[in-house]
Design a protein around this ligand. Structure first.
Ligand code: CA
Length: 257
């Protein structure tokens, strides 16, 4: 297994309110909001709290544990904002990938997770945003959503309400699968097809991350950009044994496209 992550202020924003974490088992991206310092505090605090809670609740099954982590991070932000008036109104998205017996993806907000399998990319998460809902209802195309004046309206975020109901997805990863976690600074600029094309021409996680960031920057990067790429099965004994299979998956995907 091999992974990399990158975050960048982008070309317009003065600060970076995104935050990410990865340790080879747990991967997180968060996109803070709430004005000058508050957004930075929100994403960092939520991620740190999430990581702590994950460590403390290992006795729980992965799905319940991720939910508990999300609730803990939500509570942390709410309490901080109660104590510190300058942090009022802060919030953050959070998308986490946990690799155990399977891959567990948990999210709140519009930061995304994609799965790249056999040469094709597909979204795992559904945006908790106004435009995300309109796309699902068939009222907007993904391209229209990216240009919509209300594209920043989030329907669920950490720190903004006492209750959060995170979505959890379980995937049985195959050798050669690749996970992409990103904030809307990437998915709001690049088409799904762009992401797929860049992944296809950059296999190494670090190169893929940098190429995705580069593409977002070249398209103006109006928002902070964060992207993590996790390649399953690289650099392990199991990977070597399955190398043929990985390439056959890869080629099959190419043939289909
Ligand atoms: Ca953002």
């Amino acid at each position: 297994m091999e992974y990399a992550g990158v975050t960048d202020r982008g070309k317009v924003r003065e600060n970076n309110e995104d935050f990410f974490y990865m340790d080879g088992r747990l991967f997180i991206v968060a996109d803070g909001m709430g004005g000058h310092v508050a957004g930075e505090v929100a994403s960092r605090e939520a991620v740190e709290c999430f990581v702590e809670a994950e460590r403390e609740n290992r006795w729980l099954d992965p799905a319940s544990r991720l939910k508990r982590c999300m609730l803990a991070a939500n509570l942390r932000l709410i309490n901080m904002a109660r104590e510190e008036p300058s942090l009022r109104g802060m919030g953050t998205t959070l998308t986490a990938l946990l690799l155990e017996d399977a891959a567990y993806i948990c999210h709140v907000g519009d930061s995304r997770a994609y799965l790249w399998r056999a040469g094709k990319i597909r979204p795992i998460t559904r945006d908790h945003s106004l435009v995300g809902r309109m796309v699902e209802e068939g009222r907007l195309s993904p391209a229209e959503a990216r240009a919509h004046p209300r594209r920043n309206v989030i329907l669920m975020a950490l720190g903004t309400a006492d209750e959060v109901a995170p979505d959890i997805h379980t995937i049985n990863p195959l050798m050669g699968d690749r996970f992409v976690l990103c904030t809307d600074g990437l998915s709001g600029v690049l088409e799904e097809w762009d992401i797929q094309r860049i992944l296809e021409s950059h296999y190494k996680a670090e190169e893929a991350c940098l190429a995705l960031l580069e593409e977002a920057l070249s398209q103006g990067a109006p928002d902070n950009v964060t992207v993590l790429v996790v390649n399953m099965g690289r650099e392990t004994g199991r990977f070597k044994a399955d190398k043929k299979r990985r390439w056959s998956l890869f080629h099959r995907g190419k043939n289909e496209a």
